[in-house]
Design a protein around this ligand. Structure first.
Ligand SMILES: Cc1cc2nc3c(=O)[nH]c(=O)nc-3n(C[C@H](O)[C@H](O)[C@H](O)COP(=O)(O)OP(=O)(O)OC[C@H]3O[C@@H](n4cnc5c(N)ncnc54)[C@H](O)[C@@H]3O)c2cc1C
Length: 525
């Protein structure tokens, strides 16, 4: 069989496998706890949800604590402060790629927010909601909706915790209102920090909107203390109308800014090697418009481990053979499968029949059904679950200011002219997701209105094996970070993205002053 024929057969086989098995199997093994201890809560390791930090090292901590109330949390921080012990905050799933969560040295303490997971108050008249920091985005969205309220903009994945979102400045997509970063909707935040012996070695600091220290805590990388509770400003629950429209990417650079201004929840999926871009035309609509639309994004569904193994093995083989054509063929197939399934949108929770998909915000804003489900011995899993042979990838994610984004897109397009197949590997992971973010008052938040580029690509299990078109991917990374002064997403990226990054934040000095005030011994650093 000629190579192209073989590749097409493989793609056809894989897609059939996925379809058959996805329909055959419901449920999924819930993700594993990222913390493993050899004796109860002692002698532990922590990893991220992908099972590998950028440097692939194992992070060790002497102990983990699981406070269940703010009082217990204060006691944990006080005891550790008294002993001058290093601490880090960990979450139920640990979704960040960088090693932010790893305490310094081997005697460190992990403070998990796994059981700080209660909704404390939903105030319908003030349209606000107070939650403990281990509450997931899914819980928050569901609880708010029960009271007829909604978080207007949010990350797309249910599994993030509110504390983790504050840790890295996680966001959705909009250029409207206060922007797409959840931390810009914080009304009040309670954070437990080290304190003097006279104060009992730990204290709760209550930061509200009039307190400039809140701008340090909104995006705090976990180095200021443990956020225990967050109060968010919400809006009355509303409906959205979504249509995906595929076009050529020829004038993407000209369109990108105006498109973001035109549609409240706009985003784009760019397939540079296919020379196409999918515009998400997504606006708020009247609640009188009928529609029970649901978002269950295909990439966040539970997937049979067998399918994941086939996908991974196929990609490993393509990488080892340098089979760019195979990657391009598979990318085309996977893109067309996603497109025909409307990326997981349905008009009524069951089937996709037509655009627009109209539905309530809580059913459309985020998804992640691979989180729920009975244990099934890992027959199914989230696609990146480290316990199975599944997808193993890296992510380069940065934001480029609106004034420079057209030029950056043009530079990437020039690279594609030189190496047309170089982004097929990225397209296997659904291309480059482009989302809108706005200037934030957070000291480590976005410094200007910008487009955030989310690039996902193959990562070898062998640290010494380069990936296909690594040179092009690294060129894009360097253009973004160094030529265009891009800001890294704090929860993603290879280490290179953080080189000199702190100098790109005009209020970094203020952040360090607050850090010195909250944690003078650097126990959380
Ligand atoms: C499938 C997937 C989808 C994603 N989608 C998006 C997206 O749509 N948009 C986006 O912006 N990002 C996205 N991300 C990245 C993710 O948002 C960030 O990495 C996020 O910070 C992870 O949240 P977490 O709750 O897992 O926190 P972790 O990764 O466990 O922690 C992140 C940081 O916050 C600190 N921290 C956590 N809780 C607290 C607390 N209570 N007090 C103080 N510090 C704390 C930790 O110490 C650590 O430094 C995604 C990641 C994955 C895996």
């Amino acid at each position: 069989m000629p190579e192209l024929g073989k590749a097409m057969f493989r793609s056809f086989f894989i897609s059939k496998c996925i379809l058959v098995l996805v329909f055959m199997m419901a449920g999924c093994s819930p993700p594993e706890d990222p913390i493993n201890c050899s004796s109860k809560n002692w002698n532990c390791t922590i990893t991220n949800s992908y099972g590998a930090f950028p440097d692939r090292s194992v992070c060790r901590a002497a102990e983990v604590a699981y406070p269940t109330t703010e009082e217990e949390l204060i006691a944990v921080v006080a005891t550790a402060t008294k002993k001058k012990r290093k601490m880090k905050v960990a979450t139920r799933f640990s979704h960040s790629i960088p090693k932010l969560v790893c305490p310094d040295g081997e005697d460190g303490l992990l403070i998990s927010t796994k059981f700080l997971n209660r909704t404390l108050k939903v105030d319908e008249s003030r349209m606000s909601m107070s939650v403990e920091s281990g509450v997931t985005l899914r819980q928050l969205i569901n609880e708010a909706a029960k009271a007829g309220l909604a978080l207007p903009y949010a990350p797309y994945w249910w599994g993030l915790t509110i504390g983790g979102i504050m840790g890295t400045g996680a966001h959705g997509s909009t250029l409207w209102g206060l922007g797409s970063s959840v931390h810009d909707y914080v009304l009040q935040l309670r954070i437990v920090t080290p304190a003097t012996p006279e104060e009992g070695y730990a204290k709760v600091r209550i930061l509200d909107n009039s307190d400039p220290n809140l701008d340090a805590a909104r995006v705090s990388l976990g180095v200021l203390g443990v956020i225990s509770q967050v109060t968010l400003r919400l809006q009355p629950l509303f409906k959205r109308s979504i249509t995906y429209l595929t076009k050529s990417d020829t004038n993407l650079g000209d369109q990108v800014v105006s498109f973001g201004n035109q549609h409240e929840f706009a985003d784009l999926i760019w397939y540079p090697s296919q020379r196409t871009v999918v515009y998400r035309i997504d606006d708020r609509v009247s609640s009188n418009i009928s529609g029970k639309g649901l978002n269950d994004f295909s990439g966040f569904r539970s997937t049979p481990s067998l399918v994941l193994a086939v996908l991974r093995t196929t990609e490993e083989n393509q990488e080892s053979r340098g089979d760019a054509d195979g990657k391009c063929t598979n990318a085309k197939l996977s893109i067309s499968t996603l497109r025909s399934s409307a990326y997981g949108l349905t008009n009524d929770g069951i089937a996709f029949t037509r655009y627009p998909v109209v539905g309530y915000q809580n059913r459309l804003q985020a998804s992640g059904t691979c989180l729920d489900s009975p244990k099934d011995s890992e027959m199914t899993a989230c696609p990146w679950d480290r316990r199975v042979k599944g997808l193993f990838f890296h992510q380069t994610t940065f934001s480029i200011g609106l004034s420079k984004v057209k030029e950056f897109i043009g530079d990437v397009q020039k690279l594609i002219e030189l190496e047309p197949k170089s982004m097929c590997g990225v397209e296997l992971y659904n291309g480059i997701l482009m989302r809108y973010v706005k200037t934030s008052s957070a000291y480590l938040g976005k410094q200007e209105d910008a487009v955030d580029f989310d690039i996902t690509y193959y990562r070898s299990k062998d640290p010494l094996t380069p990936r296909l078109y690594q040179d092009i991917l690294e060129e894009v990374e360097q253009l973004a970070m160094f030529k265009y002064g891009g800001l890294p997403h704090w929860g993603k990226n290879r280490n290179v993205a953080f080189l000199g990054a702190i100098n790109k934040y005009k209020n970094a000095g203020r952040f360090f002053k607050v850090k010195q005030m909250f944690d003078p011994l650097g126990l959380f650093s």
